[in-house]
Design a protein around this ligand. Structure first.
Ligand SMILES: [Zn+2]
Length: 213
């Protein structure tokens, strides 16, 4: 039976280009693929957009609590060689379990692309916890997402009105309509320096280090 694969990176890590290349490879060989995106991802509306300006229309735009187990969708899965999911962190845990079951019962590979953590440095969603628990393979996509210092980016930091922050609404999609928000990929050292250095934990540890010195 087919597997469910989870491919993650920090933002700007080449996820969408990777999906578009994968779709191209399948379609070049006359294999049909199904592209799924969440309607919560308002960027590009029904399309997925890569940073280099390429795009592809999604075959299924999945609503927040919609089930993947619907007759109209089964007909699509059965004719597909692969199911690809963009921004999988926007799906819920139930939808992830459904994708896993589709891979293993219908025998269609499911390849999901997404983020690991949110701007607070926590696991992005219940959907991401579920996919780490159930995916047959978990892969980090290259190291193309770089921090401003040049190291590999791990975190997806948020700026609100040009200031780094780890408080605020859980989900703000960067679709160009909310100018006060901006996302910045950061390495662990820079995430600590810009965001967590004023936390109680960091202050406590700094005090202890100073004492020992
Ligand atoms: Zn850095």
């Amino acid at each position: 039976m087919a597997d469910m694969v989870y491919k993650y990176s920090a933002m700007n890590g080449g996820k969408t280009i990777n999906i578009l290349q994968t779709i191209y490879s399948y379609e070049e060989n006359n294999f049909k693929v199904v592209l799924i995106k969440s309607t919560k991802d308002t960027k590009g509306k029904d399309n997925i957009l890569s940073l280099n300006g390429m795009s592809r229309k999604a075959d299924i735009c999945l609503k927040e609590d919609e089930t993947l187990f619907q007759e109209k969708y089964y007909q699509i899965y059965y004719t597909a060689k692969a199911i690809l999911v963009d921004e999988v962190e926007l799906l819920n845990a139930k939808q992830i379990k459904e994708l896993w079951m589709i891979a293993h019962l219908i025998n269609v590979p499911v390849i999901c692309y997404g983020l690991r953590s949110n701007f607070k440095g926590n696991i992005f969603s219940d959907g991401i916890s579920q996919i780490f628990a159930m995916a047959d393979h978990v892969e980090e996509i290259g190291s193309s997402s770089l921090c401003r210092c040049g190291k590999k980016a791990i975190f997806n930091a948020r700026k609100e009105n040009d200031k780094f922050t780890d408080v605020g609404p859980d989900l703000v999609i960067d679709d160009g309509t909310k100018e006060e928000y901006e996302y910045v990929p950061l390495c662990s050292d820079c995430y600590l320096k810009y965001i967590k250095i004023n936390s109680n934990e960091a202050k406590k540890l700094t005090e202890l280090v100073d004492k020992i010195k």
